[in-house]
Ligand binder design. Sequence first.
Ligand code: HXC
Length: 510
Amino acid sequence: MQNIIEALERRREQARLGGGQVRIDAQHKKGKLTARERLEVLLDPGSFEEYDMFVTHRAVDFGMDKTVIPGDGVVTGWGTINGRMTYVFSQDFTVFGGSLSETHAKKICKIMELAVQNGAPIIGLNDSGGARIQEGVAALGGYADVFLRNVLASGAVPQISVIMGPTAGGAVYSPAMTDFIYMVKDTSFMYVTGPDVVKTVTSEIVTHEELGGASTHTKISGVADASFDNDIDTLLEVRRLFDFLPLSAQVKPPHVQPYDSIERQDIALDTLIPDSAQKPYDMREVIIRLADEGDFLELQKDHAGNILTGFVRLDGDTVGVVANQPLVLAGCLDINSSKKAARFIRFCDCFGIPILTLVDVPGFLPGVAQEYGGIIKHGAKLLFAYAEATVPKVTVITRKAYGGAYDVMASKHIRADVNYAWPSAEIAVMGAKGATEILYRAELKDKDKIAKRTADYEARFANPFVAAERGFIDDVILPHTTRRRVARAFATLKNKQQSMPAKKHDNIPL
Ligand code: HXC
């Protein structure tokens, strides 16, 4: 028996070595951890249970029958993060460049199916040269098998992709269909076609980093939700994100007992709004001041900065926050901010996470570029996402809520549950100046007259009371009481039940 046990241990040792020490050293030289080291950082110590360690590929072409490595380039299994279960796969770049073979795909599919069946998230650590070139269509089929399971898992369990090396070609579509993408700065990239193909087809000369690095995807494309300096920081941030999420759509996110009382008042909020409506202020500060312990996990921080999205806890429970940011484009809604917020809202709705909306929006960004880019359809995404969401929705208007953007930003009319306004709120079709210039065009030359008209309009509409008189606003609240009022509003909505008309699925404008 001792011999058999030793033989098993030898086989395990061989599998753990992956592509061998030389390639492990090369991985380290690039500043990257190995697939197994990454799982050690991601998961609670000693919690990882590996499956399919002895699986090998079945390819014979191109001399592949002579190069067989146990595990076939991906480490799969499950473990825990702060005691809660998650399924994981971690691609091993030291084995055929982490490329995906038929059997490599089968291993990933197995844990994806287990995750959906057992109600636990899927975290994929991607570091791969793409489809295993020696296998041809068998590898392509493997990718499609993974894609299908991404779609089936979508909305059932949270899916998180971490890009920790190359992710090229069609391979990018698996992360693209997951809920969150985190990237490692400088060592990861994602693109559909690489720099060489781009140069041939469009004559553009770009580096891997410029085309698909973390900076590109967190700032320009908005494909990635966040990026961090190295493997360790990135994986620790994934743990932090995981702690905000439920294990599946069937259960609630974890309750984290706060140190922070919901009775905490914040006097600074009473003076946060500048006297001039043209002056910006930092809405991020409002979020941080409202959150339990000031903890705000912001997503897509560097993309579409005119809207803020992320998670906080209020009285210990996860809340998704969507907030206009007056510091960027005066908080206008545009194509990118609409898409960013809509997808976030849909995530929250899938997974039973209540949504807090903080509104200071002067309207939709005007311009030819916006119209040609399809702001009509993209703005509609945000409207649609809010209207269809049946999770608890609480809205606070801090200052401007003008025009169509008032309707869109979780107004009462599209089923927000509790709508508050600060006394500084201005809820109107547009700002007073613009309104009087349209209504009294004939008097435009008479500056005094127009100033008086503007003042009249302001007095009539630049306040929250016209909306409050109609019940569109449930109460006008003192800014320093916002944390308490919002937390208590969510508490009343704990058992909210709202259903949609029977249908197969809706048809959100894409
Ligand atoms: C088989 C691969 C491979 C692949 C890399 N390797 N990619 N083996 N299939 N797709 C192997 C290399 O031969 C090498 O083996 C080892 O992995 C490390 O690769 P290097 O090139 O030495 O590493 P590096 O310089 O870091 O470059 C990494 C890379 C490059 C940028 C990923 O390897 C590369 O461009 N690979 C091809 C990428 C690609 O075009 N894939 C197909 C995409 S299309 P040795 O033995 O020398 O160490 C696709 C379709 C998906 O994926 C379709 C879904 C619908």
